[in-house]
Design a protein around this ligand. Structure first.
Ligand SMILES: NC(=O)c1ccc[n+]([C@@H]2O[C@H](COP(=O)([O-])OP(=O)(O)OC[C@H]3O[C@@H](n4cnc5c(N)ncnc54)[C@H](O)[C@@H]3O)[C@@H](O)[C@H]2O)c1
Length: 261
């Protein structure tokens, strides 16, 4: 990737208050992009626009976007376009994990997982695409965070896994429906990444319905949010202009093969 290819480009990162989204927003900022950090949790965005500018962003803003709400999400994306003069890339990292066996999970929790992880992506992409299409003839992309759970699901997170394979299928279909516009649509599938989403499930505790993550991949370490952020940049870069419709594992080999027993 060329070091200046994100210079001045307009990027919206949804779910940017925490974890992978935050690291991705900072990575785009270091490349000189104009970065909009959007999230439902605006408390954790306090001061983040300053951090983005200090990291090199050409411009930065933060905003509220609840991806369950299409009116609010349309308005948040419109505010980005009004402020930055357009939109080149959207990275969708908003997501929630709820654990529990399928027989015990309350309906409201099951619905929440699908509303944010799958339907939320559709809402956000629908808000972004008219602006991406209106842009000049240059690299434009949408990247979403799926999960290794879409490839190899785990007991006690069935709703989450199902929402992520559904998200990956939305990405596949959307990529073909938009292929003639030049907008690429891809997903990234990490295994465990060290973020506030997964930290409660690390260690030996048997709380949380016995759901436990070790996090260590065959490469011998847990992924850091920056590992995933770099993949997000790649899928927005010129180097990936002919890649569309994929769910790319970024998991240190976690889903490649069963480990030796
Ligand atoms: N951390 C992992 O191990 C891991 C592994 C695979 C996939 N993922 C996926 O990567 C993405 C980011 O995960 P993370 O680990 O950084 O989690 P995180 O909890 O640190 O960040 C998720 C962000 O999404 C935001 N969000 C939640 N509901 C929202 C809503 N309704 N509208 C807008 N934003 C909302 C949260 O406020 C939070 O800032 C998620 O989609 C997650 O499923 C994470």
């Amino acid at each position: 990737m060329s070091s200046d290819e994100f210079q001045g480009r307009s990027i919206a990162v949804l779910g940017a208050a925490s974890g992978i989204g935050r690291a991705t927003a900072l990575a785009f900022a270091r490349g000189g992009a104009k970065v909009a950090a959007l999230d439902v949790n605006t408390d954790r965005l306090d001061g983040f626009a300053d951090d983005l500018r200090a990291s090199g962003a050409g411009d930065a803003l933060t905003g509220v976007s609840d991806v369950r709400d299409s009116t609010a999400t349309n308005a948040a994306i419109q505010a980005v376009v009004d402020s930055f003069g357009g939109l080149d890339h959207m990275t969708f990292t908003s997501g929630i994990l709820r654990v529990g066996s399928l027989m015990d999970m309350p309906e409201a929790e099951f619905d929440d997982v699908f509303d944010v992880n799958m339907r939320g992506f559709w809402i956000a992409a629908r808000a972004a695409v008219p602006h991406l299409q209106a842009g000049p003839e240059r690299r434009r992309s949408i990247t979403a965070l799926s999960s290794a759970a879409a490839i190899r699901p785990k007991a006690s997170s069935g709703a989450y896994a199902a929402s992520k394979i559904a998200l990956s299928h939305l990405v596949r279909v959307m990529s073909v429906e938009l292929a003639s516009t030049g907008i690429t649509v891809n997903a990234i599938a990490p295994a465990t990444v060290d973020t506030p989403m997964t930290q409660p499930f690390m260690g030996e505790t048997n709380a949380n319905h016995g759901y436990r993550l070790s996090g260590t991949s065959p490469m011998g370490r847990i992924a850091q949010p920056e590992d995933i952020a770099e993949a997000c940049l790649f899928l927005s870069a010129q180097a990936s202009a002919y890649i569309t419709g994929i769910t790319m594992p970024v998991d240190g080999g976690s889903t490649a093969a069963m480990p030796r027993s």
